[in-house]
Design a protein around this ligand. Structure first.
Ligand code: IPE
Ligand code: IPE
Ligand code: MG
Length: 251
């Protein structure tokens, strides 16, 4: 594993994590504590997402990955799945132009084959339109599961081995990383999960090896710039060691 430059020391007070990933959780509970349908929580969750994308850009975060729909979320009632698919459609249709104008590069990770063709086209349109933007990369994890992503990487490598183009000894950690859905992106520095749950739920398992995890009690629809700043403040208090020692002098 390569150690990110200058990170093998106490995180400086001013440091902004380069890559922040968020498990946007708690929409349903936000709604039920208010006697509202879960769908209202999801709708308000999209507003929190808009706020968060703007705040991330303002704070100088380079990459924001958001967990929008997990490979396991198909297990929810059909009407809720339909609602979540509809929200993604509406988010891209309504927000793509503004995201593009603000310099956001949209990328998507996850399995696209199970998605309806109109959603696949919208995701492709978003990626193509924003391809050259550099202010913020917004990685949308949709129909995403980390175990499935790692299995896909293993399959791609196995095809090369079976065809005799690669020796089995070439299947290294670096080679698996290079065959993930977004192989060029650095690992997340900070993973935030909202709603008080303290688990990864099959999100970025490979990439999270040395990520700092911050769990906040806030339900996702209430997440805003100050919650994000609070999580970053917590990140700054952490010591990242990557298996080494703090302030190594080489002696
Ligand atoms: C997050 O909120 C949205 C998705 C997982 C799609 P939830 O819908 O999981 O809300 P809770 O966890 O039931 O409160
Ligand atoms: C994880 O949340 C998935 C997303 C946020 C999209 P879940 O609500 O699906 O996770 P569990 O079921 O509580 O672990
Ligand atoms: Mg949940």
């Amino acid at each position: 594993m390569s150690i990110p430059e200058a990170l093998n020391v106490r995180t400086p007070e001013f440091a902004v994590p380069r890559h922040v990933a968020i498990i946007m959780d708690g929409n349903g509970r936000w709604a039920s504590t208010r006697g509202l349908p879960r769908s209202e929580g999801h709708r308000r969750g999209v507003e929190a997402l808009r706020r968060t994308v703007r705040a991330a850009g303002d704070l100088g975060i380079g990459i924001l990955t958001i967990f929008s729909f997990s490979a396991e979320n198909w297990a929810r009632p059909a009407n809720e799945v339909r609602e979540l698919m509809g929200l993604l459609r509406r988010f891209i249709r309504n927000d793509l132009a503004e995201l593009n104008q603000s310099g956001v590069h949209v990328r998507v990770i996850g399995e696209r084959e199970d998605l309806s063709s109109d959603i696949r086209s919208l995701l492709e349109e978003a990626e193509e339109l924003t391809l050259n933007n550099t202010k913020l990369t917004l990685v949308v994890a949709f129909n995403y599961g980390a175990r499935q992503e790692i299995a896909r990487a293993a399959q791609r490598l196995a095809i090369e081995v079976a065809a005799g183009r690669l020796p089995a000894s070439a299947i290294t950690a670096e080679a698996i990383t290079a065959h993930l859905d977004a192989p060029d992106l650095p690992d997340p520095d900070l993973i935030i999960r909202t709603s008080g749950e303290q688990r990864l739920s099959n999100f970025l398992l490979w990439q999270a090896a040395y990520s700092e995890l911050v769990f906040v009690p806030t339900y996702w629809p209430d997440f805003d710039r100050s919650t994000l700043e609070g999580a970053i403040a917590e990140y700054r208090r952490r010591e990242r060691r990557f298996g080494g020692l703090i302030a190594q002098t080489g002696s």
